[in-house]
Design a binder for this molecule. Structure first.
Ligand code: GMT
Length: 375
């Protein structure tokens, strides 16, 4: 098949997943065309049958435009690439604005090319942003106009029905997958020391938005630190990073918290972790948690959204209600002090992650593509 993929190219789960999917599809013989404003961050180097088409945002800077109309530039580029490459389908990730631009591109193609549009919903496009008044109607319209819609968890599928109705939609739940060639327990580099040898190492990776509750990450760590030597490694960047740094200073643990900023490669770090922290307010799936599990790190997360579909409390990690810092910290300390329980959880996490392999998930997308294309 000839497949266009549009996603956010920056750091974030939806762009990561869209790119991993495109690369897997290319490996399986499909022609894949990424269409976005920058090269997706997980698209590293040349991959046979995968091509990046940039949306030029440097043109059209007319003084009348206070804000550059990226949505129109993207729709035009999607149309151009579809015509040039004769795309069978355009698979867009994160509804806003991608489901809308795909709708526009498909309308422009009417009578010329029967390209289908598939939208994958990832999270806040449904749970937060899409429900804001200014986006609600266009999000609902664009989802309903897609030829096929998937959600990355049952939770997100059900939440879409609840929030948007989408009477004419047949929403499919297809989970995220993990690249097991990269995220593996032996990904650790022996020469890289993220924490002193006698410290337990806790890791958090996110885009530091409010929904991630990064201050809770620091608060949980501060309680763990009181109980044992430990280091917290914070990876990523975003609006709440300053608050997290401030919290670490306020709680007197700044000396044991390392803020590494954005990193392209995190598997070696995850493979060295004793515990991955994801105490988010909501999380439609929690791809970062799955990648940590694949590297052999148990996960301490919020019992919210789609996270219970990824891990089971007491088996591959710990789930507690969002904001329950005391309970999370108490259970983290108990786990880190119990090498037998920790080893069992680590093995369970690795085994659970294997069930979310590309081989298990990508054929579900291929089958859905064929269904939408009527093949
Ligand atoms: O919805 C978002 O917040 C954006 C998105 C991203 O680009 O980071 O994250 C969502 O999509 C990921 C990939 O499917 C999921 O693993 C995350 O759980 C989800 N984030 C939220 O639901 C907060």
């Amino acid at each position: 098949m000839k497949i266009g993929i549009t996603c956010y190219p920056t750091y974030g789960g939806s762009g990561a997943m869209a790119t991993e999917l495109g690369l897997e599809l290319a490996r399986r013989g499909h022609d894949v065309h990424f269409i976005t404003y920058d090269s997706p961050f997980r698209l590293r180097g040349y991959v046979e049958r995968a091509t990046f088409h940039q949306v030029d945002t440097s043109v059209g800077r007319y003084p009348l435009f206070e804000h550059f109309p990226y949505t129109l530039a993207l729709a035009s580029r999607q149309y151009e690439v579809a015509m040039q490459e004769q795309l069978d389908l355009l698979h867009v990730h994160y509804a806003i604005p991608h489901a809308t631009t795909a709708f526009l591109a498909r309308e422009m193609l009417r009578g010329q090319l029967p390209m289908k549009v598939i939208t994958t919903l990832h999270g806040t496009d449904i749970t937060l942003v899409g429900q804001e008044e200014s986006f609600y109607a266009i999000t609902k319209f664009s989802i309903e106009q897609s030829d096929g819609v998937t959600a990355v968890s049952d939770f997100l599928r059900d939440e879409t029905y609840r929030a948007f109705g989408c009477v004419s939609c047949d929403l499919r739940s297809i989970p995220n997958f993990v690249n097991l060639a990269e995220y593996r327990p032996d990904a650790r580099h022996p020469e890289e020391h993220f924490a002193p040898a006698d410290h337990k190492m806790l890791v958090h990776i996110s885009n530091f938005r409010e929904v991630k509750r990064v201050k809770d990450v620091v608060r949980i760590f501060a309680r763990v630190r009181r109980a044992m030597p430990a280091t917290l490694v914070m990876v990523g960047d975003g609006p709440d990073r300053h608050d997290a740094e401030h919290e670490a200073r306020e709680l007197g643990v700044a000396g044991d918290v390392r803020f590494l900023g954005r990193l392209d490669t995190v598997a070696p770090l995850l493979a060295a972790a004793d515990l991955f922290l994801l105490p988010s307010q909501t999380e439609s799936f929690g791809l970062a948690a799955l990648e940590a599990m694949a590297c052999g790190s148990p996960v301490l997360a919020s019992r919210t959204g789609g996270l219970p579909e990824v891990l089971t409390d007491g088996v591959e990690g710990i789930l507690e209600p969002p904001g329950s810092v005391e309970a999370m910290a108490r259970r983290a300390v108990a786990l880190l002090k119990d090498p037998v329980a920790h080893a069992a959880m680590r093995e369970a996490a690795i085994a659970r992650a294997q069930t979310f392999s590309a081989d298990a998930v990508v054929p579900q997308y291929e089958a859905f593509y064929r269904e939408v294309l009527g093949q």
